[in-house]
Write a protein that binds this ligand. Structure first.
Ligand code: AMP
Ligand code: GLY
Length: 429
């Protein structure tokens, strides 16, 4: 098989590596990709992910067996619809189905109709009505831009003043452009967060193992929200009962609901969940793999990943197997300043002499044959070990040895699992 991946980040690097590892796969291309991927045999292709016409031409010329879409923007731009219209195989949801990620108010409506547990909420385009609702509900309260905002359009407000400011930034100052012309104001959910992803084909749901992302920029969940600063899998403090409940009460009804609405979803469905005392509740749906969750979840897949996608595309049934006896941890190294204006062009360390970690590249460019920073999240260092502590140690010892000038990373990825003490563990469900 020859495969084309759409996207450029660490998630796409992890998807590509898993495909390169398959004996069924002859070549893996990634458009636009990044130069860091080349170390794992993935070939970057200089075509933008918005240029569907050029991508279709490329897929035809190279006799690509099928294309895998990483990020949400091409999905919402209808890349799957365009490839299908050109009679090319592609894995991902159509534009209509990707709306589950593209509009938070649509997702909320779906959840209401399918009785999927989520935070109580209301949608507003009127500022005065939004602040009246915020005042009525009180703080803490969460204000979200309706459309895409790269994980940054959410304000968890601890005071009414903060919530009103957020509503003003979005509805009046248009801080997120059109994405914030409508906002969702929702109840604050207390509990631990986890990410549950699944391969979905219409009403069929094949869940993956769970992981936990770290959205805040700095240690101890301080600082602004980012696209994600690190992840680990498994998440032992979230019980299998909680996960099973999420599969039955959230993923399956969501897939079913999408089919009933004429928006049948095929692709990766991602549920961002909070383990509350009343069971799992949804804080977001995404129509794709998570970044950095993929970098710690996909390595646990025992099946041949290329075979799994090929079977899903070929309407054959699949049975997934996941490694159970190892912990995977991934620490994002970001450019100083991220998620605001950040440093670029810093020289990146060489990891080729570090056999115990895997590096997934994201915001990088090539300069005189060396990799330099060229994005907010620059790369992720991943390791696996028998225990979470051992995996953390492998990563942090490597990072301490390297020159990480003009970049930063969190030092506490995975600590929530270590801190979860008996009694606090949500294992009784
Ligand atoms: P999102 O982009 O929807 O994943 O939101 C970003 C972050 O805000 C999440 O990872 C959570 O930490 C937090 N968050 C979102 N919605 C809620 C909620 N209803 N209650 C508590 N925290 C939330
Ligand atoms: N890690 C969060 C996301 O991919 O949306």
């Amino acid at each position: 098989m020859k495969i084309l991946i759409i996207g450029a980040g660490g998630r796409e690097h992890a998807i590509g590596k898993k495909l390169v590892d398959s004996p069924l796969v002859e070549a893996v291309y990634c458009a636009p990709g990044n130069p860091g991927m080349k170390k794992d045999g993935i070939q970057p292709v200089a075509i933008a992910d918005t240029d569907h016409e050029a991508l279709i031409l490329f897929a035809r010329e190279k006799c690509i067996s099928w294309t895998f879409v990483g990020p949400e923007i091409p999905l919402l731009n209808g890349i799957v619809d365009d490839f299908v219209a050109a009679d090319l195989k592609i894995f991902g949801p159509t534009k209509r189905a990707a709306l589950i990620e593209g509009s938070k108010s649509f997702a909320k409506q779906l959840m209401r109709e399918c009785q999927i547990p989520t935070a109580e909420s209301q949608t507003f385009d009127d500022y005065e009505m939004a602040i009246a609702y915020i005042r009525e509900k009180g703080a803490p309260i969460v204000v979200k831009a309706d459309g895409l905002a790269a994980g940054k359009g959410v304000v968890v407000a601890m005071t009414i003043g903060e919530a009103i400011q957020a509503a003003k930034d979005m509805l009046k100052s248009h801080r997120f452009g059109e994405s914030g012309n409508q906002i969702v104001v929702e109840e604050f959910l207390a509990g631990e967060e986890f990410s549950l992803l699944a391969f979905v084909r219409g009403t069929e749901v094949y869940p993956m193992v769970i992981s936990q992302d770290h959205k805040r920029a700095y240690d101890l969940d301080k600082g602004p929200n980012t696209g994600g600063m690190g992840a680990y899998s498994p998440v032992p403090q979230i019980s299998q009962g909680m996960v099973d409940e999420a599969i039955e009460m959230i993923l399956k009804p969501a897939a079913q609901g999408m089919v009933e609405q004429g928006r049948s979803f095929t692709g990766i469905l991602y549920a961002g969940l909070i383990a509350t005392v009343d069971g799992p509740k949804v804080i977001e749906f995404n129509a794709r793999f998570g970044d950095p969750e993929t970098q710690v979840v996909l390595p646990r897949l025992v099946n041949d990943f290329a075979q799994v996608i090929d079977d899903l595309l070929g309407n054959r049934s699949i049975e997934l197997e996941w490694s159970q006896d190892e912990f995977h941890v991934g620490v994002v190294v970001a450019a100083e300043g991220y998620p605001a204006t950040y440093e670029t062009e810093m020289m990146l360390p060489d990891f080729s002499d570090e056999p115990h970690v895997q590096v997934y590249y994201a915001g990088v460019a090539e300069k005189e044959g060396r990799l330099v920073g060229n994005g907010g999240r620059v790369y992720l260092v991943e390791a696996k070990a028998e225990t979470l502590e051992q995996a953390q140690k492998l990563i942090y010892e490597v990072l301490e040895r390297k020159d990480t000038t003009k970049t930063f990373y969190r030092h506490d990825i995975g600590n929530k699992a270590l801190e979860a003490v008996e009694g606090k563990v949500l294992s009784k469900r």
